[in-house]
Design a protein around this ligand. Structure first.
Ligand code: GAL
Length: 451
């Protein structure tokens, strides 16, 4: 097929995404408070190779260079997150003017270069002071978060028109409060249930606040979304297991937002959430977002398992299956997953518009004579964009695509091992090198290459 950028329409937002904690470093500079990730990464054996993000990509200082690269690559939209503790070091109360000024410089520089800024309010780095009070498991978070959202819109609303409330609530509540493999490292079913409900409330409360101050703005929130399949075909128990995992991973946060409540019927243990629901919460949970952010990387295969409690299911990683290609994250390369995920979200009639707010792949890169020919990543992006196009042509209202991510960065519990960037970073020297995938994206955006 011959597909050019133009085939997606003029109103299609092409972009690239980052997140504050993964790139900024300067974790204690200019009045910044600590976040749960600053704390978690100092603990032993939580992060692969005991890496931390104290310096990360040094983006706090190098943002002009990185944002200039966005311009060089002709990428018109840039999604980044605000570090809550950089602007409210204690989570609430005192505002750190140096933090506000920093993000204003970032925003103003984007605008100066003609790049449209998209702000994510929360990409996982909760102020540590709030975690000391229970973090997401404390219902007071709905007030703390409302205050934070208000500070952001009041200070950045002068220039920012596109807003994302939460990044992947399933991941930060599930990995953070139930599995304990992400910050804050809590392992409690009860705390997870509480955190999940409070995050659900915050996604709509945050959106309402943004809209009340900036009625013309475009507001959405993002969800991790994995296309799921039973491990064994026509195997009833695996099919039922996949349905349960789907309720947990794909439906838990989007359905209350759309007004359907929690998917308790298909996953009975979720009824534990009910004790955290107060009167009127059911009215607060739904919100008519301008768009839903879809973040898809792969498909997952689900197998029935009687030894895994509550869910009785497990995901069989790509390396344990007969898979020809998988990434450094052990995720199968399966571009059709993004098409299937888009179709599935489209089936929720209430969703107005979908934007792919993250999609990308981590592969090992080799520099040869200063050149990084990351063909696997380039092909991954090309094939995924192709699948997005296919969904669009079939009537899915998908209006944007953002690559994860601009530069190699700190990949949470995996440290610096996986490389997701379209720009390489040598973490010893902080030297940036644009990879072939980055140049290819630029050419595609300039209509110099087609799919
Ligand atoms: C997402 C997350 C990003 C990034 C990406 C790749 O879940 O929002 O921060 O880490 O996955 O793993």
């Amino acid at each position: 097929m011959f597909i050019s950028r133009e085939g997606f329409g003029k109103d299609f937002s092409w972009g690239v995404s980052t997140a504050a904690f993964q790139i900024e470093g300067a974790t204690q500079k200019h009045g910044k408070g600590l976040s749960i990730w600053d704390d978690f990464t100092q603990k032993n054996n939580k992060i692969r190779n005991n890496h931390n993000a104290n310096i990360a990509c040094d983006y706090y200082h190098k943002y002009p260079e990185d944002i200039y690269h966005i311009k060089e690559l002709s990428i018109p939209n840039y999604r980044f997150s605000i570090s809550w503790a950089r602007i409210l070091p204690n989570g609430t109360g005192l505002i750190n003017q140096q933090g506000i000024d920093y993000y204003k410089r970032v925003i103003d520089y984007c605008l100066e270069l003609g790049i449209e800024p998209w702000i994510t309010l929360y990409h996982w780095d909760l102020p540590l002071e709030l975690e000391k009070k229970g973090g997401w498991s404390n219902r007071d978070i709905i007030h703390w978060f409302a205050e934070y959202a208000e500070v952001c819109v009041k200070h950045f609303g002068y220039a920012v028109k596109n807003w994302i409330v939460l990044n992947e609530p399933m991941v930060f509540t599930g990995a953070g409060y139930f599995l304990g493999v992400h910050a804050p490292g809590v392992k409690s079913l009860d705390k997870f249930m509480a955190a999940a409900h409070h995050a659900s409330l915050c996604q709509s409360i945050g959106a309402r606040i943004i809209k009340s101050y900036l009625p013309e703005s475009k507001v959405g929130t993002t969800f991790s979304y994995s296309h799921l399949e039973p491990y064994r075909l026509f195997h009833e128990k695996d099919e039922a297991a996949a349905k349960r995992v789907d309720a947990l991973l794909n439906r838990l946060f989007i359905e209350p937002l759309l007004g359907f409540g929690y998917p308790v019927k298909d996953l009975p243990f979720l009824s534990g959430i009910e004790k955290y629901i107060k009167s009127d919460d059911e009215k607060t949970l739904p919100f008519d977002m301008d768009f839903i952010g879809l973040q898809n990387y792969t498909r997952e295969m689900v197998k029935h398992s009687s030894v895994i409690p509550l869910i009785n299911a497990k995901i069989i990683k790509a390396s344990k299956r007969n898979v020809t290609s998988f990434t450094q994250m052990d995720w199968e390369v399966f571009p059709r997953a993004i098409y299937l995920s888009l179709k599935r979200l489209h089936a929720y009639k209430k969703i107005k518009e979908i934007i792919v707010t993250e999609n990308g792949a981590a592969f090992e890169d080799n520099i040869e004579n200063g050149i990084i020919n990351d063909e696997k990543r380039r092909k991954f992006l090309e094939d995924n964009i192709h699948e997005v196009y296919r969904a669009k042509k079939e009537g899915v209202n998908v209006k944007g695509y953002f690559i994860w991510t601009l530069t190699d960065n700190f990949e949470w519990a995996e440290g610096y091992h996986p490389r997701f960037g379209i720009i390489h970073i040598d973490f010893k020297t902080q030297k940036r090198t644009i990879k072939a995938s980055g140049n290819w994206y630029a050419q595609f955006l300039k209509n110099e290459v087609h799919l």
